[in-house]
Design a binder for this molecule. Structure first.
Ligand code: NAD
Length: 411
């Protein structure tokens, strides 16, 4: 199933509950604008190469559109369109005054030199600079892009429009970025996990957690949950999985990864397992924090965790979701679980607009407040509507977008 089709099916489940008429469904699913631009650069070997850059602006009923730029070989219009719509529902679930967008380039950034990456980013911005901006659409990092790329975007945008730090978020802290932005998605995952455990009257100490992915999101979620006394029994990255029944030494594993170019390859303080085994390991809570589409209808019956927190975007295929739902597995969906990142991006944008910086403690406090409010709203909706947390999150998001479109006179 293509990504947009899958998102549209989740949308339809919630739209059915809301009894949204057909014309409203069409309005809410149709992207406001989609652009494709030619991005040609000279590679280091002197050859000119041409790529296609995408930006899909899905909906702006609730405010300027917000969403990352992804640099990955699999990027295509359908995927960008699906991720843009997910951003619309995600910003609405956490009640940020934003719509949704997404963009990207189908390149493997690992095969580009820093000079080439800078050149392709600036060329991409040349092609779309008049279509985004602080009050229109605000990009951010996603897979394959980082704070450096955001700094080039701010600089290139400024050449056309003057000093505008609020045109992009996820910038380096020294260049109008936000202390706490980097940890925010993983921290948000941790906050949501503790709220869920609280609702289920489960003690963190008695909760065994497995985390797939030990990058930005996975490491910060592991750190937060370890400090909250959860027992992290397994983690994994591209090099495979690492398991210790009694609980891993998370500070030690974090130090190890930091000293080894971000990977756990060669880490010996745990039993080696495969990434497939990690997903199926005996634990109480599973956090996929790497790729999309890792929980499939094939492995879903073998997943033993009764609780799943979707830190990655779209880690659970639709048919797997049905299998898990039927088995009573409780899944906190991506549009709620990983919304800490866009929430911190919103804080960065607010501060850029005000030219005033908050400290890290305030960022953390405000993040806690936004994530808690969103969790409680989704949880209550799930209870009153007697639906899964995924459908509940879509109900919350879609109804807010629909209401805003209606009040503004668009629908
Ligand atoms: P990252 O690149 O920092 O880390 C990804 C991690 O996954 C790495 O440890 C990598 O080794 C591991 N990995 C890659 N392929 C794997 C595989 N096949 N099996 C196991 N591990 C594998 O990325 P990130 O920023 O941590 O993002 C992770 C996920 O969270 C993505 O789905 C992303 O879209 C989503 N997300 C990230 C943010 C954010 O702010 N970073 C916000 C929202 C959603």
């Amino acid at each position: 199933m293509k990504p947009f089709e899958s998102m549209a099916l989740y949308f339809t489940r919630a739209a059915d509950r809301l009894a949204l008429p057909e014309n409203m469904r069409k309005l809410l699913l149709t992207p406001k604008r989609e652009v494709q631009v030619q991005v040609a650069i000279e590679r280091d070997n002197g050859q000119i190469e041409t790529y296609v850059g995408y930006r899909v602006q899905h909906d702006d009923s609730r405010g300027p559109m917000k969403g990352g730029f992804r640099y990955h070989p699999d990027v295509d219009l359908d995927e960008v369109r699906a991720l843009a719509a997910l951003m619309t529902w995600k910003t609405a679930v956490v009640n940020l005054p934003y719509g949704g967008a997404k963009g990207g380039l189908a390149i493997d950034p690992k095969t580009f030199s820093p000079r080439e990456l800078e050149a392709i980013t600036r060329k991409f911005i040349d092609g779309i600079h008049d279509l985004f901006g602080p009050d229109i659409d605000i990009p951010a990092p996603d897979m394959g892009t980082n704070d450096k790329v955001m700094a080039w975007i701010m600089n290139q945008y400024g050449k056309y429009h003057g000093f505008s730090p609020a045109c992009v978020t996820g910038k380096p802290v020294e260049l109008h970025g936000l202390p706490g932005r980097e940890e925010a998605t993983g921290r948000g995952v941790g906050i949501i996990t503790l709220k869920l455990l609280g609702r289920l009257s489960r003690k963190p100490k008695e909760t065994r957690v497995a985390i797939q992915g030990f990058g930005n999101v996975g490491t910060h979620a592991a750190k937060f949950l370890h400090e909250a006394e959860c027992r992290i029994v397994a983690v994994s990255d591209l090099s495979g999985g690492y398991y210790r029944k009694e609980g891993l030494d998370i500070p030690g594993a974090l130090r190890y990864a930091l000293e080894h170019k971000g990977t756990l390859a060669g880490y010996t303080q745990a039993e080696r397992i495969t990434n497939e085994q990690l997903l199926e390991i005996d634990c109480d809570l599973l956090i996929p924090a790497a790729l999309g589409g890792v929980i499939t209808k094939e492995n879903a019956p073998r997943i033993t965790a009764p609780l799943i927190i979707e830190a990655a975007n779209a880690p659970t295929n639709m048919d797997a979701d049905e299998v898990l739902d039927a088995r009573g597995v409780l899944i906190v969906p991506d549009i709620l679980a990983n919304a800490g990142g866009v929430t911190a991006s919103y804080f960065e944008w607010v501060q850029n607009k005000q030219h005033y910086s908050w400290g890290l403690n305030r960022v953390r406090q405000e993040l806690d407040y936004v994530m808690t409010e969103a969790f409680e709203r989704v949880w209550e909706t799930g209870k009153t509507e007697k639906v899964s947390l995924r459908t509940a999150a879509y109900i919350v998001g879609i109804s807010r977008v629909h209401r805003a479109a209606h009040l503004a006179g668009n629908a």
